[in-house]
Ligand binder design. Sequence first.
Ligand code: PEP
Ligand code: MG
Length: 558
Amino acid sequence: MLIHGVGVGRNAVVGPVARAHPVPVVLANVPAPLDPESAVSALTEVIGEVSASLRARADAASGTLKEVLSATAMMAADPALAKGAAAKVRSGVAPARAVWDTAESFIDMFKAAGGYMADRATDLASVRDRIVARLLGLPEPGVPALDRASVIVAEDLSPADTAVLDLDLVLGLVIERGGPTSHTAIIAGQLGLPCIVRATAASDLHDRDVVAVDAARGTVTVGPDEETITAVSMRRQALESLNSDSGPGGTSDGHGVQLLANIGTAEDADRLSSSAAEGVGLFRTEVLFLDSTTAPTLEEQAGTYARALDALGDRKVVFRTLDAGADKPLAFVNQLDEENPALGIRAYRLVRTVPELLEVQLAAIAAATERTGGSPWVMAPMIATVEEARDFAAAARAAGIGRVGVMVEIPAVALRARDVLAEVDFVSIGTNDLAQYTMAADRLRGELADLLNIWQPAVLDLVASTADAGAELDKPVGVCGESAGDPVMALALVGMGVTSLSMSPASLPGVRYALRRHTQERCREIALAALSARTASEARAAALALVDREVRDTLALD
Ligand code: PEP
Ligand code: MG
């Protein structure tokens, strides 16, 4: 059986399925227990089991996963939840409902207390979900504890779930929903995991089914034959062999193109220390705070940023200020009931409602710079006007930051790139949002993937005209959206005049190799062919037709 979806990355893998399960739903009208005392003993036993299993998982884990599991295990061992729920059961409430309601009241109290306590609300919700699932006879929600290397299959995964995956045992991801630029897909790419999103038919997969996941082709083969298994292992070897090239990025005739990595945590920066990335072109700082319920302090931020700067030594690092909102809401700042969050008060626009957020972040980046002796670049997301670019540049320079830029994610800014570039030192094109706003298509809606296709002519035009403005003003124009990691698109972007490409670290070897096999002139021809097409599929086909045969075969581009 073959399941189709949208692939993220070019790698492939074969392995057994481990299903992640959704959070259980407790219906309001669950019947009261017939024998409350035996229901209380069953409940106590389940809470003990959940606590012990979390403790065991925490002991066996490392890094962020260990931290998250340890905090959750501590919460499960707290007698207050068990006592509160038992009292409710004795008064005639069904155990699952009793746990749910007791946990909710603690969660509300934690949130109201703020600070450290508010951060514990997420841990308690996770404990609650696990206990309730067991009581209802449902599988434990979230990614299961893995006892072997596995392909995780899920209806959806939150960015927070994805961030704590056990990288030693996760081979790849298959997600039923989402789109290629949803944040789960992006984080998977950052972790170097082959990932298929929008694989609707994956709902039929069961634990231990063996699957071949091919991100380049966007397919999941269930029960792969020998031929498929051999093809997967050949692809892995071909990609592996590209890893040995660690030279700087550039075309075959020596036109240099900086090849940078997108990261979201200080741990990602540590992982890059041995990578051939020439630096970080996009540090998505909001990823650090997806679980926080209170604004991170200056000291907390400065520590994390300094750690990332230390890990990267004298390589370039571009910090993006908090891009909170829409697909990446941060509990401490976004209004969760906004009607159109993607068009609302998000990202740089939060300066209108909580100006101290930006002030503290810029001060934290400046403090980290001072501590480490680095010289990071800083840019703001979702800039729409010349005034916003000017105000951001003034604030960043006042904080002592040397290189200040903005992202080009809104068509208005791409159309006026000359005027915006005049205010800043560089721009970086976020093609994920640029496509979303140009095509008026929600990047999280897998069903709209055709509209969000990175080859859409209107989006290509906006990228090309932004690159022209950069060339005219002699200022760097990078691309840091997912399209930079697509080898064919990377050639076209370089042909348009883009000066740096920032992508998931796993995409770097393929892009470096593709660039090395083409001259700058050939890249220009590829760009022209794409820009002359009238549809997205014609644009890709026209570009691909000019790509070297060996590159097409090695990277499975056809
Ligand atoms: C983009 O929009 O292309 C981008 C790089 O930012 P993010 O994906 O984090 O919104
Ligand atoms: Mg964006």
